[in-house]
Design a binder for this molecule. Structure first.
Ligand code: AMP
Length: 419
């Protein structure tokens, strides 16, 4: 298989799918350009080889063309970071865009307008809410048909397809997966970001050095169940923390006061405990909590057992005893996966547990462990502590990363390497 390093882009046009879905403020200023920065090495490599790039991305969730979601807002920043004047096509398909793409010289770049201005990108019809079943069925069929033409058009601009949009790799969209069919095996490849993400997940999930510890936090067990079940087949230690602590504590007969709980998941919690036992996994739950008398940073606080919480109080972070237990397990690990804060880290008074977990991961990493942090809030958490550079890898993909850890094959990855 070709890689971004082995492929010589000289004289070639590359269609590069990136994830430039960056947050914008009300004046369309980018508030966090991490996602643009993440794709720059791939784009630079192609230009440096003497190739040209046609850059495709989505931005937000438009229901059709809308100025608010136009990629023109980010064009200056892309040019600045790439170090070339990037051209803009105000439509991602059409004759004008085709001519612009055809006229690109080596070293030049063209940014296409938001791919999701077309329903064909996602292959889902945009119907009024009151559409009948027949209308819906007919529209679904129609958009799947027109999606082929749309995809073919995008593919026609380029000699080679490069996917560097890990954030959308779990979607079988026109530009993230279907387009790959129009290129032979030697002309489709992953960009650096995609390759790094895949390498990091595979190092954790398949090429695992033991002991392997996963720390799952967050608010609910229900949203993490597939993850937890797949991890039970892989890990030596599974630390379950955050809001789901109280569902487990209640299932075990504990008194949890006003803590967050999923009453319909008590049996599931018991099932997970039994499964862990059956599979020989060391399941580690918090024993103590930092309690609050309201869901607020300024709440009155106290420490106590997770199973003896008085009414009117709720657990918003782990306590010192759990910090020690978690840290001990983490420091003795050779592979670490962290998804989800162990407390309400957004409140400064309840971020100490997550900080203790982060510190233990940093220490283990210094001692040779491989640590992968990913999936939404844990990234915000490690960034809050300024420790992102002290762990092995911080993933840029939320849903995509989680689906990989669940053991699913991602369409964006399969489209290029076949599995
Ligand atoms: P998730 O999206 O499921 O990963 O959940 C992340 C959220 O879980 C963060 O916003 C945390 O504030 C929240 N969280 C963590 N621990 C708790 C807790 N003990 N009670 C309520 N929310 C929590």
């Amino acid at each position: 298989m070709q890689t971004i390093d082995t492929f010589n882009f000289a004289g070639k046009k590359a269609f590069v799918r990136v994830d430039f879905n960056v947050p914008l403020d009300e004046n369309f200023k980018i508030t966090d350009d991490t996602r643009i920065r993440a794709a720059i090495p791939t784009l630079k490599k192609i230009l440096k080889d003497g190739g040209s790039v046609i850059i495709g991305s989505h931005l937000g969730r438009p229901k059709g063309p809308a100025d608010k979601y136009s990629l023109k807002h980010i064009l200056p920043r892309v040019s600045e970071l790439l170090g070339v004047d990037v051209q803009f096509a105000s439509d991602c398909i059409g004759d004008k865009t085709e001519s612009k793409a055809a006229a690109l010289h080596p070293g030049e770049a063209l940014l296409l307008e938001n791919l999701r201005f077309y329903a064909e990108e996602e292959g889902k019809p945009r119907l009024p809410e009151d559409a009948s079943e027949e209308e819906t069925t007919a529209a679904k069929k129609a958009v799947k048909e027109s999606q082929k033409e749309f995809t073919k058009k995008l593919a026609s601009y380029a000699d080679v397809y490069v996917n560097d949009a890990f954030g959308t790799a779990h979607r079988a969209h026109a530009s993230t997966a279907l387009i790959a069919d129009y290129f032979d095996a030697g002309h489709k490849l992953f960009g650096y970001l995609m390759q790094n993400e895949i390498n990091a997940v595979e190092k954790v999930m398949s090429d695992t050095e033991r002991p392997f510890t996963a720390i799952m936090g967050g608010s609910k067990v229900s949203t993490k169940i597939d993850l937890i079940k797949n991890l039970l087949d892989k890990v030596d230690n599974l630390i379950l923390a955050g809001g789901m602590t109280y569902t487990f504590a209640k299932a075990d007969g504990g008194k949890i006061g006003d803590s967050i709980v999923e009453d319909d998941k008590l049996d599931l919690a018991k099932e997970i405990v039994a499964l862990a036992k059956e599979k020989g996994v060391n399941l580690v739950l918090a024993t103590d909590a930092k309690l609050a008398d309201s869901f607020s940073n300024d709440a009155k606080t106290a420490f106590g057992s997770v199973k003896e919480i008085p009414d009117g109080w709720e657990g918003l972070d782990i306590g010192p005893e759990s910090e020690k237990i978690f840290a001990e397990v983490i420091k003795n690990s050779k592979t670490i996966l962290w998804n989800g804060p162990v407390g309400v880290f957004e409140f400064d008074n309840f971020d100490k547990g997550s900080r203790a977990v982060a510190d233990a991961i940093v220490e283990a990493t210094k001692n040779g462990a491989f640590s992968l942090i990913g999936g939404g809030d844990s990234v915000a958490c490690i960034n809050k502590f300024g420790l992102a550079d002290d762990v092995s890898y911080v993933s840029t993909g939320g849903g995509a990363l989680l689906e990989m850890i669940e053991g699913k094959v991602l369409p964006g990855i399969k489209a290029i390497r076949g599995y």
